[in-house]
Design a protein around this ligand. Structure first.
Ligand code: ZN
Length: 148
C-alpha cells in the first residue's frame, strides 16, 4: 500500500471515529443486538430496521477504540438498502479482507479503508465487532455477542 493511500485510509478512519455516522438508537428498530470485545473493551449496540427483508435503517451506539467506532459507522452506511443475504455476503468478504484470508477482490468500496488491520491481529476483532453484532441482530435479535 502506498503512503498516500495509507494516509487517506487513516484520515477516513479518524473522520468516522470522531464523527460517527448513524450514531443513535432508533426507537422503530425491528432488530438489535449488543457486541462486546473484551480484548479491547469495545462495546457496540446495533439497531436495524428491516422492511421486506431489506435494511431500511441501520444505526449504532456504544464506546470503543477508533477502529471499532469507525468500522461500525462505515458498516451502517454500507448495509443500508441491502438485503439480508447481501449483508451476510458483505460481512463474509469484509472478514476475509481484514483477516487477510482474501486479497480484497471483489473490492469492498469504502470498507476497504479498514483492510490495514490485517497487519494487527489484535485489531481485527475491533474491526469485525459491529459486524458480529449486526449478524446477531439479524439472526437472533436481542442477543449479546462477544468476539471471544
Ligand atoms: Zn478496539
Amino acid at each position: 500500500m502506498s503512503d498516500v493511500l495509507r494516509e487517506l485510509y487513516q484520515s477516513v478512519i479518524l473522520d468516522h471515529s470522531k464523527k460517527p455516522r448513524n450514531f443513535r438508537a432508533p426507537e422503530d428498530a425491528s432488530h438489535h443486538a449488543e457486541g462486546f470485545n473484551p480484548l479491547c473493551g469495545d462495546k457496540v449496540e446495533i439497531f436495524v430496521r428491516l422492511e421486506d427483508d431489506v435494511v431500511a435503517d441501520a444505526a449504532f451506539q456504544g464506546s470503543g477504540c477508533a477502529i471499532s467506532t469507525a468500522s461500525a459507522s462505515l458498516m451502517t452506511e454500507a448495509v443500508r438498502g441491502k438485503s439480508r443475504q447481501e449483508v451476510e455476503a458483505l460481512f463474509r468478504r469484509f472478514r476475509d479482507v481484514v483477516t487477510g484470508a482474501s486479497d480484497g477482490a471483489p473490492p469492498l468500496g469504502k470498507l476497504e479503508v479498514l483492510a490495514g488491520v490485517r497487519a494487527f491481529p489484535m485489531r481485527v476483532k475491533c474491526a469485525t465487532l459491529a459486524w458480529h453484532a449486526l449478524a446477531a441482530a439479524l439472526d437472533k435479535p436481542g442477543e449479546r455477542v462477544s468476539t471471544e
